[in-house]
Each structure stands twice: as C-alpha cells, then as structure tokens.
Design a protein around this ligand. Structure first.
Ligand SMILES: Nc1ncnc2c1ncn2[C@@H]1O[C@H](COP(=O)(O)OP(=O)(O)O)[C@@H](O)[C@H]1O
Ligand SMILES: [Mg+2]
Length: 236
C-alpha cells in the first residue's frame, strides 16, 4: 500500500529525513517514536505534501505522491490528524465531519451525509452528532479528529501525537479506536507515549536526527539498546 524509499529532506544544516525507507500494508499500524526534533512531524509533512522532499519516493497504491499538491494527495487517500484538534468549534460534530466528507473527499448531498454518519459511528460519536464541536471533552475532540480523517475514506491515516493531554484510561480508549480503524486501512502513529503504541502498532520505527535507527515489533523496539540510549540517556 505505502512504499517510502530514500526519503530525504534538509532544512539548511538540519537533516529531518535521511534516506528513510519503510513499507506498510492495509491492516497494519507503524508506530513512530523519537526525541523532540527527530523529524517525526516532518515525515508526515513530506508524505502529505506540506513540505517538499529533496529526494526519494513515496508511493501509495503504486502512485507516486511526491511532486503532487497536498489536496491531490488527500484525494489519493492520505489523511492526517493532529495533536491539537482542528475542528470548527462553532459547528456541530456532524457538520464538522460533513465538511470533511464534502471538501476533503469531494462528496455532495446524500453521499456526503452517509459518509459523515458512517465516520461518526465508526469513531463512537453518534450520540454527540448535534453537540457543538468546541464544547466536547478532550477525548471526544480527539475522536472527532479521527472521524474527520476517516470521512475522506483514506487508505493511509497519519496520527501525530493524538494522545497528547489524555489520561491513561483515555489513551487506552483512543488506542482501541485506532486498533478498530486500522482493520480497514494503513496507519502511521507518531506518539510520545510508547504505551499507547504498544497495543496497536505492529512495528515501531525509531527516528533520531532524521535517521531511521530501527524498525522492529514493539517489544523488541522498546527493549532495544537504541531506544534505551535515546530515551534514558544510557551510555552508548
Ligand atoms: N519548515 C521548517 N523550516 C526549518 N526547520 C524546520 C521546519 N520544520 C521543521 N524544522 C526543524 O526540523 C527538525 C525536526 O522537526 P519535526 O519534524 O517537527 O520534529 P518532531 O516532530 O520529531 O519533534 C526540528 O529541528 C525543527 O525545528
Ligand atoms: Mg512533532
């Protein structure tokens, strides 16, 4: 589904992506961890087209994304959810998701409405449909971010630190939602909270100074020398 090869990007002397390679299939979740400034969000900027890569290839379902504008990549199946929920606070939950189905996915009328209702139900927000988005508790605002992304019917869902600010039981609830969603698409989940990834990620990719240090199943990644060094400052 997704094939990233030799993906490279520098800002001046700062290397945010250093010939990164990985691949991902539908039904899989790749967790991404790494210290602040490692290049995690930059990886998403390169995949979505917010930033322009210096070199490499990002193919989704065989189609090259690099060189295409962000809106076209969205139509090709890339959706992203942010740590800080980006909803329209003075619209209802339903209206927010309808906007995503309309402008993100290009649907209209009954088709857009059906897509929105389906996304709300997959994300456990049916009962909140008529509530104003700006008044939702944090976990539901996170669910709304997911519903907006899902409403575009993505092949690839990019989650950037969406668990930030949640309590531990809320993180578990969000992880359960991601586990449910990933059965139908490929997910890349950047998270500072490794426990959140543990239950959902099939593999974890460790980034450091834009370089892929390691890609391994969660247990192996967490126990690795590389992760202990960068997170706990143990001597190399
Ligand atoms: N548009 C930009 N221009 C210059 N430097 C940038 C830009 N975007 C990110 N950076 C720098 O690239 C590095 C990686 O940033 P980022 O990908 O946001 O890290 P992470 O998400 O892993 O914390 C940081 O040093 C950041 O300051
Ligand atoms: Mg980031």
């Amino acid at each position: 589904m997704l094939q990233v090869q030799g993906l490279s990007k520098k800002y001046g002397a700062i290397v945010v992506a250093d010939a990164i390679d990985f691949a991902l299939d539908p039904g899989q979740c790749l967790g991404v961890i790494g210290p602040n400034g490692a290049g995690k969000s930059s990886l998403f900027n390169l995949i979505t087209g917010v930033a322009r890569a210096d070199a490499g290839s990002v193919r989704l379902g065989g189609v090259e994304l690099l060189g295409q504008p962000p809106h076209r990549r969205a139509r090709l199946g890339v959706a992203r959810a942010f740590q800080i929920p980006q909803a329209f606070g003075n619209l209802t939950v339903y209206e927010n998701v309808l906007a995503a189905a309309s402008f993100g996915a290009g649907l209209a009328g009954a088709q857009a409405a059906r897509r929105a209702v389906d996304a709300l139900s997959r994300c456990g927000l049916q009962a909140r449909s008529r509530d104003m988005a700006g008044r939702l508790p944090l976990l539901d605002r996170k669910r709304l971010e997911m519903a907006k992304a899902i409403a575009t019917d993505p092949k690839l869902l990019l989650l950037d630190e969406v668990a930030g600010g949640l309590t531990e039981p809320e993180v578990a609830a969000l992880a359960a939602l991601v586990a449910e969603l990933k059965t139908q698409l490929a997910v890349i989940w950047i998270e500072h909270i490794p426990q959140a990834l543990h239950a959902v990620a099939d593999r974890i990719l460790v980034l450091h100074f834009g370089r892929k240090l390691l890609e391994a199943p969660p247990d192996e990644a967490m126990a690795s020398r590389e992760v202990r060094e960068i997170y706990m400052g143990l001597a190399a």
